[in-house]
Design a protein around this ligand. Structure first.
Ligand code: FAD
Length: 469
């Protein structure tokens, strides 16, 4: 009997324990992707990026005489229909760790088991299962460094190869078309612009890892903080959809370290930051929606996403060039450099005193690498209310940050057209990407800062001091 391979954030064929186990069962394998509430709930850019990832996987499966069955509806109903249609007697999938997925998956697992269908979930989205990493006291880690020390020398099995053959069934169940899902619908405002900056799929992910390991990892430790440079791996969008596994990244990092490449250790540490984010989301799922430290509940953050400050921030019109450059980079490319993310998040939550969830929501809508765990951890870290957070009194100064990390101004020139004698092509592309209703033009004068950097910092620190009292 066939095995249904229910794909979600594991859009790859190599190092895929659920796929390998399905093949090992011996019968045909039917890969299915379900457009359920989890997909409709995605922000514009991640949904659009998912469409590109699914198209790439479809191509890959078809080149192997396989197919990707697409169905829309509540996951449990769809799986039950497919079981009835195909005679499948097993459903395999890779585990996810956000509370909604855990709830859905455990209900489905019980229902399938009750109906006599083998239902099994597999590892693959993270290196370490969140329950396999514990402090000496048997608790979870709230601080990154001890977690890093606890896992850094663990033996991690080598990645699995792509199965040589993935047996196909004699007849295929019907599939909806990817076009009919219109996953790019909300991106029609600027979809084509973002698409130019995205390479989707497993082959692109492997290419990104190879380029990084050959050319960038050596200097990663020293160059990774400069947003104008292509010095990082650019793997996050692939990891987010599982086009590559963290284990493949980990082993590439280990090989580079053995080869004496100096940046390799830093890269391994970053991969573990992603693990830490998943660890936290699993053990404290409220990190997604609430201040992780409840003593912050009384902080006078502005919670109005429509406020002039929040709107100017979203549109890259705060009058602070480093912040605006980064916000525009994200709108055009679907990505933002990590240093820039920290600065934009600090500026919104501290200088502008807007609630971190406003920023987290906007990132959720704009990032092609959007990941629930890393985004929530990043925002709560920057705002000061998260685990292992930046102390609140350490307010990033976007000007000194720019002097340090964008000394020649290349990054700001790349993204800001207003006031420039010969605006760069990328800075103009921002105006193609944004909705007309924003009413912005490259001929506009560049805005004056919403608030002085010193004044904003002092206002935030006063509010913090009042909270402490
Ligand atoms: P590299 O520097 O090459 O790092 C390699 C990998 O390590 C990344 O692909 C990523 O998987 C992991 N990693 C690196 N830094 C972090 C980090 N700080 N936290 C967690 N994992 C990390 N990352 C996302 O993947 N999705 C998000 O939605 C997201 N939102 C963020 C929001 C804020 C406010 C902040 C401060 C950070 C956020 N990050 C997020 C983390 C980080 O900015 C990105 O992972 C990184 O910029 C991706 O680029 P890269 O793949 O070239 O990273």
């Amino acid at each position: 009997n066939p095995t249904l391979l229910w794909l979600r954030r594991d859009l790859r064929l190599s190092d895929h324990p659920a796929l390998s186990a399905a093949v090992a069962r011996g019968g045909p394998v039917i890969a299915v992707f379900i457009h359920d509430g989890g997909v409709s709930g995605l922000g514009a850019a991640p949904r659009f990026r998912l469409g590109l990832g699914l198209a790439a996987l479809q191509g890959e499966l078809e080149s192997r005489g396989q197919r990707l069955i697409l169905r829309r509806g509540p996951a449990r109903e769809v799986l039950e229909e497919l079981i009835a249609e195909t005679g499948a007697d097993a459903v395999y999938w890779s585990r996810l760790y956000d509370p909604e997925a855990i709830d859905r998956d455990s209900r489905i697992k019980s229902a399938l088991k009750e109906a006599g269908v083998e239902a099994q979930s597999f590892a693959g989205h993270v290196l370490f299962e969140p329950w396999d990493v514990q402090t000496g006291q048997g608790s979870y880690y709230k601080v990154y460094s001890p977690m890093w020390r606890a896992v850094k020398d663990r033996e991690i099995a080598a990645p699995l190869h792509t199965p040589e053959k993935i047996p196909a069934p004699e007849s295929w169940p019907e599939s909806e078309t990817l076009q009919s899902w219109q996953l790019d619908f909300a991106m029609r405002r600027g979809g084509p612009v973002v698409a130019k900056h995205v390479a989707a799929g497993e082959a692109a992910a492997q290419q990104a890892l190879a380029t990084f390991a050959q050319r960038r990892i050596e200097s990663y430790g020293t160059r990774r903080d400069f947003p104008a440079e292509a010095a990082t791996s650019d793997l996050s969008q692939h990891l987010s959809l599982g086009e590559i596994s963290p284990r493949q990244c980990w082993h590439a990092g280990l090989r580079a370290r053995e080869a004496g490449k100096t940046g390799a250790e830093t890269f391994l540490k970053e991969v573990v930051w992603r693990e830490f984010a998943y660890h936290l989301m699993y053990h404290t799922p409220q990190i997604l929606t609430e201040n992780w430290r409840s003593e912050w509940n009384d902080f006078p953050w502005n919670e109005d996403a429509g406020s002039a400050e929040a709107q100017a921030w979203q549109k890259g019109r705060t009058g602070v060039p480093f912040v605006d450059a980064a916000m525009r980079e994200m709108f055009v490319t679907g990505r933002m450099h990590n240093r820039a993310r920290m600065i934009c998040a600090s500026y919104l939550t501290k200088h502008l005193m807007c609630h971190w969830s406003i920023g987290a929501e906007w990132f959720r809508d704009c990032l092609v690498d959007w990941d629930p765990a890393s985004n929530a951890m990043g925002w709560q870290w920057a705002a000061g209310c998260g685990p292992d957070a930046a102390p609140y009194f350490r307010v990033f100064n976007p000007e000194t940050q720019a002097e340090k990390f964008d000394r020649g101004g290349l990054y700001r020139q790349r993204w800001i057209a207003e006031g420039a004698e010969a605006p760069s092509e990328t800075s103009l592309s921002y105006f193609d990407a944004i909705p007309k209703t924003w009413g912005l033009s490259p001929q506009d004068p560049y805005p004056a800062p919403l608030i002085g950097l010193k004044e904003g910092r002092e206002r935030a620190l006063e509010a913090y001091a009042a909270l402490k009292r």
